[in-house]
Design a binder for this molecule. Structure first.
Ligand SMILES: Cc1cc2nc3c(=O)[nH]c(=O)nc-3n(C[C@H](O)[C@H](O)[C@H](O)COP(=O)(O)OP(=O)(O)OC[C@H]3O[C@@H](n4cnc5c(N)ncnc54)[C@H](O)[C@@H]3O)c2cc1C
Length: 424
């Protein structure tokens, strides 16, 4: 049974209520994309801009998955860069350098080109909880300064942190004005609208149940099918297709967000005087920002066990109040969660099942920009430009050949190590 958007702050403030029909009968396309999140829609839009006939099949609604529920933090780079570097050498180093800001650029270009109203705002800070985090941020600052971006980055010492975040939780931070934050559901819906305006076809309530392999694969739903030259599988942590090839690489993990009532202007200025997004540098991090109507959107608590907490609020509120005790009287208006796809070495899992079925999944919680980079790389690959795709596809990944639930338990156990590391 198809589901509506989860009852989040984002779903309550959508600015586009268009719905797309469900697939009935047979149709054909150059490319069939499975999944209407950022990976699927970003890929579909790029392909449509290049003149391809594309069909997107979404099991629920566009933006139903992580893309319509996330923290909205648009942060440069991809997760698992070190692994990519280690396994692919200089070619990976160049790719990592070239794509570092590409996702942010694509989002900005699309917001401007298609007039997408998604509260895009610049400003982001990595916050150091421990001195070793600060050592890391100093290195980052040196790297960006050496790459000509000094004017966009500020290394903030503990004594100056109150100018950026109204808490004494941190011993410093690294601020930049090239990353930022946005309303992810409105971005995803806006990109879907742009895709549709270019002749792209979207079918919602259209869960794919099988892919028949062949020269022109057939993608099947309960009520219809799409014959396509190429297929892109973009269901991330929510799909169960192609298990023989994909089982054991991605482990779904829950992460959760609280939204307060709108804060007074004075309180908003006190907690985040520069209205930037913030992530702390713990392995199991907290992330937060203000919404356009000044609510604190406070996220965290990655749950690797596969079980959601009984009460998101009971779990998240103490974390928020530890950082911002001044919000103790703020009413909580929304609480929700979603699944991110964790890959053991954190590098996105990108590849091909055969010559005409491509997949990308597992951004390890860092998907707003990465999905847009990958959308471009998948679009290149489906039209034969394999260079960047192959670097991802050749990355070494660990596979846990155990049933999903057991795999999650193993990951949860592994994450205990990081929880303990966060304490010291
Ligand atoms: C609570 C939360 C907070 C996060 N915060 C941030 C953040 O601040 N910054 C950041 O960079 N990243 C963040 N992330 C991660 C980011 O949201 C994801 O990496 C990204 O949205 C993944 O996009 P996707 O399109 O690959 O997957 P999804 O958005 O999950 O989309 C997958 C889609 O595929 C559909 N689907 C699944 N199976 C089928 C099928 N069989 N047939 C048809 N359709 C199917 C699903 O219905 C779903 O809509 C967060 C994630 C969560 C859950």
């Amino acid at each position: 049974m198809a589901e509506k958007h989860c009852p989040s702050y984002y779903a309550a403030t959508v600015n586009d209520t268009s719905r797309y029909p469900s697939l009935e009968g047979e149709t054909s396309a150059d490319i069939c994309v499975i999944g209407g999140g950022f990976t699927g829609i970003a890929t579909a839009l790029t392909l449509a801009e290049r003149g391809f006939q594309v069909v997107v099949l979404e099991a629920n609604q566009v933006g139903w998955g992580a893309s319509g529920r996330n923290g909205g933090q648009m942060i440069h780079a991809i997760s698992g860069e070190d692994n990519l570097r280690r396994s692919q050498g200089p070619a990976a180093e160049k790719l990592i350098h070239d794509i570092k800001w590409r996702g942010n650029e694509i989002i900005r270009e699309r917001v401007e080109k298609y007039n997408i109203q998604c509260d895009l705002k610049y400003g982001y800070m990595d916050a150091a909880v421990k001195n070793r985090h600060m050592d890391h941020l100093r290195k980052e600052y040196d790297y960006f300064s050496a790459n000509g971006l000094e004017e966009h980055f500020r290394l903030v010492e503990a004594r100056d942190m109150a100018d950026y975040v109204g808490t004494d939780s941190y011993c410093g931070g690294l601020y930049n004005d090239l990353d930022g934050h946005l309303h992810p559901l409105n971005l995803c819906l806006g990109e879907a609208r742009a895709f549709s305006s270019l002749g792209g076809r979207i079918y919602e309530d259209s869960a794919v149940i099988d892919i028949e392999h062949g020269l022109t694969p057939v993608v099947k739903t309960a009520t219809g099918q799409v014959r396509a030259n190429k297929v892109v599988l973009a269901g991330n942590a929510y799909h169960h297709l192609e298990r023989k090839h994909l089982r054991g690489f991605l482990f779904p993990a829950g992460t959760y967000i609280l939204a307060t009532e709108p804060l007074s202007e004075e309180m908003a200025r006190q907690v985040l005087p520069r209205d930037q997004a913030v992530c702390d540098l713990n392995e199991l991090l907290d992330y937060y920002r203000l919404s356009a109507d000044r609510r604190m959107l406070y996220g965290g608590r990655c749950n690797y066990s596969g079980r959601d907490p009984k009460s998101i609020k009971d779990n998240m509120l103490p974390r928020m109040l530890k950082t911002f005790p001044q919000l103790k009287d703020a009413r909580i208006d929304y609480e929700w969660g979603g699944k991110i796809g964790i890959i053991i070495n954190r590098t996105p899992h990108v590849g091909r099942i055969n010559d005409n079925i491509y997949y990308s999944e597992g951004y390890s919680g860092h998907g707003v920009n990465t999905t847009h980079i990958i959308g471009e790389i998948l679009s290149d690959a489906t039209s034969g430009q394999m260079e960047r795709f192959d670097i991802f596809a050749k990355a070494k990944h660990t596979r846990l050949p155990v049933p999903g639930g057991l795999g999650n338990q193993i990951i949860a156990l592994g994450m205990l190590y990081y929880r303990i590391k966060d304490i010291f």
